[in-house]
Write a new protein. Structure first.
Length: 85
């Protein structure tokens, strides 16, 4: 299992546009990808679950990736977070 710790820097936090892009990215991998915030977990392949986290600017999240392509998925998700959130 791979784990990524990240603090949201986008002024709007995780909003619809980047959440949709993240779902599309996560859907391209076989690994299970979950985002955790304050003990609450969301499936990164479900937009409503991600939006339900209400992650605002300055919020610390942890992304957990587990599966056959976890290394590739972790790299892609980390790059996405840095570029978009």
């Amino acid at each position: 299992m791979k784990s990524i710790n990240y603090t949201i820097t986008d002024e709007l936090g995780i909003h619809a546009r980047p959440a949709g892009l993240l779902v599309k990215l996560a859907g391209g991998f076989q690994s299970k990808i979950t985002i955790e915030k304050d003990g609450k977990e969301a499936d990164a392949k479900r937009i409503m679950a991600i939006m339900g986290l209400s992650a605002t600017k300055g919020t610390a999240i942890t992304v957990k990736i587990e599966g056959s392509d976890e290394s590739e998925a972790a790299k892609a998700v980390e790059d996405f977070l840095k570029a978009n959130l």
